[in-house]
Design a protein around this ligand. Structure first.
Ligand SMILES: Cc1ncc(C[n+]2csc(CCOP(=O)(O)OP(=O)(O)O)c2C)c(N)n1
Ligand SMILES: [Mg+2]
Length: 615
């Protein structure tokens, strides 16, 4: 057999370099690169291997392991999971910094290959620096923390294990249903150990998306239900984008006269002004979509996990016989007692369409959807209009950014009050223009995620909208964006702290406490943070502005800037768009000495009762 002698680390790198993907007609490397922060446990092994592979698998240096994995995850999302990145860390703290990001990828069903360094498989020098030492189990290391947040986890304790582990990793990373983070925990001595690998193991391999057709019985039942439905509604989730089914969805919805509502991950499936688009659904939904959801006699949910923000905690979309779930993952398709329809979104929509032929839902239902959508559009115009307040609302800020955005631009966000406002109000030009991480809603995703989006989409601007709280939690990749010449436009909405949690606290009867700076006990003074000076210190162009008119002018300067530009403005911490929306289940204390909590509890109990009667 033709073999090649490589260390385990060299074999990993060579194997990853050989994986290919077809994207937009071109064949490209499946792995666009490897993010790395070196330390002991990866610098000598994987670090050496990556250095040799700089041309085929570029290495990017970041400042924080969680952030670099966020960038990798965002990159995969922005390519509709057709391309991905790897991330390597040292052992111990470096590795564990990446666990939260693993969960982000796990929840959002996004591929990322995590390669944390691990302690010595041979254990001769134990305990090594940064080894946690389990008292009762010699096989446990810090990296076991990745198990519950990995779709596939393996610890590489002998080089030849890679012959099984790497193909399995690729199967998971490229499988539309299983897709998620893969962790290969690389014992540091093994990274440096050589073995005679079969040369054929490293042959180039092209990964094409699998388009699974639905089971004929499930398809026939769905067709029958759709034919009988008088008030059908489609809920488009992220799976529509990942399956590249947006064009098919547009044609299907128009031909069969089905209105389309969008989840956070599915927003942009149809352009905002497509005649069938009724906007966002759920807790942060448009009044149009939510009214239609309440009245629909059939909901066809496509490529969505149907989390509580989408179902209105099951009070808006309760499930049961009214619900068909088209999903490539059986795990999702059977949720909420739905009629499952397991299959690729594009292929199955095509098959549904062929079977439905000229069938269309009653015109009156479509007319109603269109007039509700038009009314909602007028609401959006009103709440996002400029205004001249010194502390504008989030809605006014996003309105200004939206008006300045071209169809080639992307908006990126994840946490705080902004995702709800964006979901309700942002007018997405089409697929890919709206990038929200709202599966884990992880503070600290925005800037690093924006960088990943930028690496996937070299054209157009990437607008990162971020709250002051999330900015302070994880901003270090501003410096990376400058170093790599990957420009972002970051808008920091400084409302003096954790605005949305402060509002939630009071909505559940709580006293304003420990969220906004003004409500923090034991503080000596206001923090007086100069975000623009901070961003400048990281290499960005930055300025602070007051109000929407100044913001608009600053956005023009930011677009003209040749590097990452940060615009900071003070915003109103109390205002949130009241229009639209639906109830969200947040448990309120059953007993309390506070009258406001007791009142909130009474309201909560009524809402729980109403949920029992929901359709
Ligand atoms: C890592 C992480 N920690 C905590 C939370 C809970 N959380 C959600 S939003 C939020 C406050 C965010 O503050 P900011 O970014 O300023 O946005 P604002 O709420 O003011 O709009 C917190 C603490 C979270 N989503 N992620
Ligand atoms: Mg804030």
């Amino acid at each position: 057999m033709n073999t090649i002698r490589l260390t385990a680390a060299q074999a990993v790198v060579r194997y990853l370099s050989a994986q290919r993907t077809a994207s937009a007609g071109a064949e490209l490397p499946l792995f666009a690169g490897c993010w790395a922060i070196f330390g002991h446990g990866n610098v000598a092994g994987l670090g050496e291997a990556l250095w040799h592979a700089r041309e085929t698998l570029p290495t990017f240096r970041a400042h924080n392991e969680q952030a670099m994995a966020h960038a990798a995850i965002a990159f995969a999302k922005a390519t509709n999971r057709r391309r991905m990145m790897a991330c390597t860390t040292s052992i111990g703290p470096g590795a564990l910094n990446m666990v939260t990001a693993a969960a982000v990828a796990h929840v959002n069903r996004l591929p990322v290959l995590l390669l944390p360094g691990d302690t010595f498989a041979g254990r001769l020098p134990d305990p090594v620096l940064q080894q946690v030492e389990d008292f009762g189990d010699g096989t446990v290391t810090a990296n076991d923390c990745f198990r519950p947040v990995s779709r596939f986890f393996d610890r590489i304790a002998r080089p030849e294990q890679l012959l099984a582990a790497l193909p399995r990793a690729l199967q998971v990373l490229t499988d539309p249903a299983d897709c998620g983070p893969v962790t290969l925990s690389l014992s540091q001595d093994v990274q440096a150990e050589a073995w005679d690998f079969p040369a054929a193991f490293f042959a180039p391999r092209l990964h094409a998306p699998r388009r699974q057709a639905a089971d004929p019985g499930e398809l026939a039942r769905a067709v029958d239900r759709l034919r009988r439905a008088e008030r059908p509604l489609i809920v488009a989730g992220g799976g529509v984008l990942y399956a590249e089914a947006t064009g098919t969805l547009a044609a299907f919805a128009s031909r069969h006269r089905v209105p389309v509502a969008e989840t956070q991950a599915g927003k942009g499936s149809l352009p905002w002004d497509h005649p069938q688009n009724v906007g966002a659904i759920g807790v942060t939904g448009s009044a149009a979509a939510n009214e239609l959801a309440r009245d629909a006699d059939l909901v066809l949910a496509i490529g969505t996990r149907l989390q509580d923000f989408t179902t209105g905690s099951r009070a808006l979309i309760a499930g049961g016989p009214r619900l068909i779930q088209l999903n490539v993952a059986a795990f999702d398709a059977g949720k909420h007692g739905a009629e499952p329809l397991v299959g690729d979104a594009r292929r199955t929509l095509e098959d549904l369409g062929a079977a439905l032929a000229d069938h269309a839902a009653p015109a009156a239902w479509q007319d109603r959807a269109r007039s509700l959508a038009a009314a909602w559009s007028a609401t959006v115009d009103r709440v996002t209009a400029a205004g001249n307040a010194d502390r504008p609302t989030d809605a006014q800020v996003l309105g200004a950014v939206n008006r300045k955005a071209t169809p080639a631009d992307v908006v990126v966000c994840a946490s705080g009050g902004l995702p709800g406002e964006l979901h309700k109000l942002w007018r997405a030009a089409g697929p890919g223009a709206y990038h929200l991480e709202y599966g884990f809603s992880c503070m600290g995703y925005e800037i690093a995620g924006g960088l990943g989006v930028r690496m996937a989409r070299p054209d157009g601007e990437v607008f990162v909208l971020v709250g002051d709280g999330s900015y302070l939690m994880l901003n270090s990749e501003i410096a990376t964006s400058v170093t790599l010449g990957r420009k972002l436009i970051v808008v920091v909405l400084d409302n003096g702290g954790f605005g949305c949690i402060n509002r939630l606290q009071q909505a559940t009867g709580g006293a304003p406490f420990n969220n906004l700076f003004e409500h923090v006990d034991h503080r000596v003074g206001e923090p007086g943070i100069d975000f623009a000076a901070h961003a400048r210190s990281l290499g960005a162009a930055a300025e602070t502005v007051t109000g929407i008119a100044e913001l608009e002018a600053a956005l023009d300067r930011a677009r003209a800037a040749d590097r990452t530009a940060v615009v900071v403005l003070a915003t109103d911490p109390l205002a949130a768009t009241a229009e639209g929306g639906a109830w969200w289940d947040v448990a309120v204390p059953e007993v309390s000495e506070r009258a406001a909590v007791r009142r909130a509890r009474a309201d909560y109990q009524q809402a729980l009762e109403r949920r029992k009667e929901s359709p």
